[in-house]
Every structure is written in C-alpha cells, then in structure tokens.
Write a protein that binds this ligand. Structure first.
Ligand code: AMP
Ligand code: GLY
Length: 428
C-alpha cells in the first residue's frame, strides 16, 4: 500500500518514519513534508491547507490511505473532501474535528457524555465575560472558542487578570487566522483552574472503538523549570512514571470511550486520533482540552516506543476494525527534546545553517525528526520556530534523557535553544 501524509512538522516526520517501517507500506508520500521527511518519503509540493490541491494529489497518486497530521486542514474539511472522491482517510471529518475547533462544543459534549472536566461558563458578549471574570472569586482560566494556534488560553490568577485576559483574547480574535476563532462572533469560556500535573493521551478510533496509546507528557513553557511563554511544546516524555496503571485505565474508561461513544451516538463518528489533554488532579484525571489529531512533540516520543505495526493500526481505524485490537509497546522510556530557533516563540529568526552529526553516529536508540528545516542551495537551514526534535529511547527515563541530550549537544545552529530539563520533573 502507498500512504500519503499531509503536513510538514516533527509530528509528520515521526508519522512518516513509523509508516515507512511497516512491511505493509510500499511507498510514503508527504505533502508538503520537509528535508527530514524526504529521507523516508517522497515529497509533493502541496500545502497542508490547500484542500483542493490535496484531493487532486490523492486522485493522482491513488494511495491506499491518506493520513492528515495538522488540525487546520481537518477543521477545513480535508477528510470530507477526500472521502467525497473515494479516498480512505485517517482523521476526523470537519464535524467531528469540532471537538478541537470549538472548545464550547467540546465542553458541551463532555457534559452530555459525563466526561470529567473543569466547571465552566460560556459568554458571547466580552463585557459579560469581563463581568463574570471579575466576580469569579479565584483564579480563572479564560479561553477563546476556536482554533488559535496555542494563543487562545490565558490562566489568570486574579479577577483583575481575568478581566484583562478577556480583553486580550477579544483583541486577538479580531485579527485571527482563517478557519480559526475569527469565524463568527468570538465566544469566551471561563473555567475553573485545575491543579495537578498534565498528561497527554492519544486514543486511536475507528468511529466506535478506541485504542489508547502510552501516555506522554509535554513541556509547554519555553524555559527550564516551566518558566517563560507558552510554546507549541519544547519536549516530551513517554510513558509518564507518575501516572499509575489504574489512573491510565480511568482515562480510557471515563474520557476516551465515553467521548467516542457520544460522538457516534450523535451521528458524527470520530475516525482518527482523539488527543485528550488532561490534568491529573487529586480527584482523578480531568480533561483540559480535546484535540482532533496527534500532538507535537508527544508523537515523536510515543511512536518510537510502538512495537506494533503503526500502518496496520491506522488502516484498521480507517476500516472500522479496531474492536478488540491492542497495541504493543516496548517496555522502555523515551525522551524527546525540541531544538528551537532563536527568538522562538516570539520573533523567530530563520535561515541559519544547521550542522548535523552523521546519522550513523547517533546510534540505534536515537532518532532525529525535522520540524522547521529547509534546504537552501543544498544547505540545511532553519525555517521555523521549532527546528528539530531529538528522541532517544532508554531502559529508564534517565538513560533516555542522557542519550537525547548527548545528541542535542552535537547539533549546531546559531541561536539554538532548548530546555535542559525535559523529563526531569517526571523522574523526580
Ligand atoms: P488548552 O489549549 O485548553 O489545553 O490550554 C492550554 C494550557 O492551559 C493547558 O495545557 C494548561 O496548561 C492550561 N489550562 C487550560 N485549562 C486549564 C484549567 N482549567 N486549569 C488549569 N490550567 C489550564
Ligand atoms: N503538544 C500539544 C499539541 O500538540 O497540541
């Protein structure tokens, strides 16, 4: 089978790498991909958000399956458009992807399905939202309803900060990107602030059944010790040592399964990866958000631990054949360290030459995934905020961390910055 993967980040590199390893896969195509992806896939110059271009490409390549990586094309209806032309696609329809593109929809769905989440209120009028924030009586989390590329959430520690947060998000939504929060009037969600630690769990679903993958932990802040601005994610580990087997089972039975069942019952079956972002609180796991796709960089930590055939899993999801399926993982740990460009996440500097060690010199337990890289006159250069993701596997997290950082120290580009504490909190 040939597979077409849509996207160009570190996540898509990990997806292409895992598919290319499968004996079921003859050729992997990626659109638009990146220079790292080009080592495991054939690239096609079609942008991820060019839905017509993707459908035309699928018509031409006739892949057995299309895997859509990022949320934007899913929210724009890429899977609907592919299905209308008879292409099997891994990813939710626009209607099912709403679980990510509308936080208010996700919250209402959780209420109907009985999924544990923070107490919340939804406001359409920014002045009413400000009034509610000022009388919230404690820390309040303010969220914009819609895709906002990680910029739609502000955790406010006082009512005054909450009021300011509504003002900031209202201003942001006024100039938001297409397919995002700018669609219709902005809506604001005020939410109780949850305490605990965060975990990401991916559930692979065929629309009715859901198979959870090993849990992962992202590191969202830019600097060591969880300081600095929020980012797309500066690193990840998997599995999460603090999360007990019992808590993990609770996430499957109280979050993933009821959400998938509720969507199916409402006539919008979800096929693809349901990503639960959770807070593990004293009262148990509660959902912070759902995403309709794999996470970045969690995917770069999770897929290298998978012993099962990833292509078989994805194919089974597309065919409606996940009932009773389990996915085997190595009993090992992985650590993924993101190397970011100078200025990330604010004013990113691109075009810096990158020096990489020889692939063979990295060793079997270390993988290098490209995210924001490009080739300029044959020279590999930085081309985005998150440039590379280095994943290493070990028998424990310490070993995985050690291996990942030893590779990171052999990679060079001007202004490179990375966190030095990925997985440190997880190891205690
Ligand atoms: P979200 O996009 O909804 O996951 O929010 C982004 C980040 O904001 C999360 O990863 C959390 O760190 C934080 N966050 C969101 N909602 C809450 C909440 N109810 N309580 C505490 N932190 C939150
Ligand atoms: N790492 C968080 C995300 O992919 O949304």
């Amino acid at each position: 089978m040939d597979v077409l993967v849509i996207g160009s980040g570190g996540r898509e590199h990990a997806i292409c790498w895992a598919l290319a390893k499968s004996p079921r896969v003859r050729r992997v195509y990626a659109a638009p991909g990146n220079p790292g992806i080009a080592t495991v896939a054939q690239l096609a110059p079609v942008a991820a958000n060019d839905i017509q271009g993707i459908v035309d490409l699928a018509d031409q390549l006739r892949p057995g399956m299309v895997v859509v990586g990022p949320e934007a094309p899913l929210a724009m209806g890429a899977v609907d458009a592919l299905a209308a032309r008879g292409h099997a696609a891994f990813g939710p329809t626009r209607a099912a992807a709403r679980i990510e593109w509308s936080k208010a929809f996700a919250k209402e769905l959780m209420m109907r399905a009985g999924v544990p989440t923070a107490r919340y209120e939804v406001y359409e009028d920014p002045e009413e939202a400000q009034a509610a924030a000022s009388s919230w009586g404690g820390p309040v989390v303010v969220k914009l309803d819609g895709l906002a590329a990680g910029k739609g959430v502000i955790v406010a520690d006082s009512p005054a900060d909450g009021v300011e947060a509504v003002r900031e998000l209202a201003a942001y939504s006024a100039q938001a990107a297409p397919g995002g929060a700018a669609h219709g009037a902005p809506r604001f969600i005020l939410e109780e602030k949850l305490e605990g630690y965060e975990v990401s769990v991916f559930g692979i679903s065929d629309g009715r059944h859901v198979v959870p993958l090993v849990p992962a932990q992202d590191h969202k802040r830019a600097y060591d010790g969880d300081e600095g601005p929020n980012t797309g994610g500066m690193g990840a580990v998997a599995p999460v040592p603090r999360l007990s087997a019992e808590e993990f089972a609770t996430i499957a039975s109280t979050v993933l399964e009821p959400a998938i069942r509720q969507l199916a019952d409402e006539g919008i079956p979800f096929v693809g990866t349901l990503f639960a972002g959770l807070m593990i609180t004293a009262e148990g796991p509660k959902v912070l958000e759902f995403n309709c796709r794999f996470g970045d960089p969690e995917t770069q930590a999770v897929l290298p631990l998978m012993r099962a055939d990833f292509a078989e899993l994805v194919e089974a999801a597309c065919r409606g054949g996940l009932d009773g399926m389990t996915v085997e993982f190595e009993r090992k740990y992985s650590a993924c360290v993101v190397m970011a460009a100078s200025g990330y996440p604010e004013r990113v500097v691109t075009g810096q030459p990158i020096v990489l060690p020889d692939a063979a010199a990295l060793g079997d337990d270390t993988l290098l995934f490209h995210a924001g890289t490009a080739l300029r006159e044959g020279q590999l250069v930085t081309a985005g905020g998150r440039v590379l993701a280095v994943t290493a596997i070990g028998d424990d997290l310490e070993e995985a961390r050690g291996r990942a950082y030893s590779a990171v120290h052999r990679i060079q580009f001007d202004g490179a910055h990375f966190r030095t504490d990925i997985g440190r909190a997880a190891t205690g």
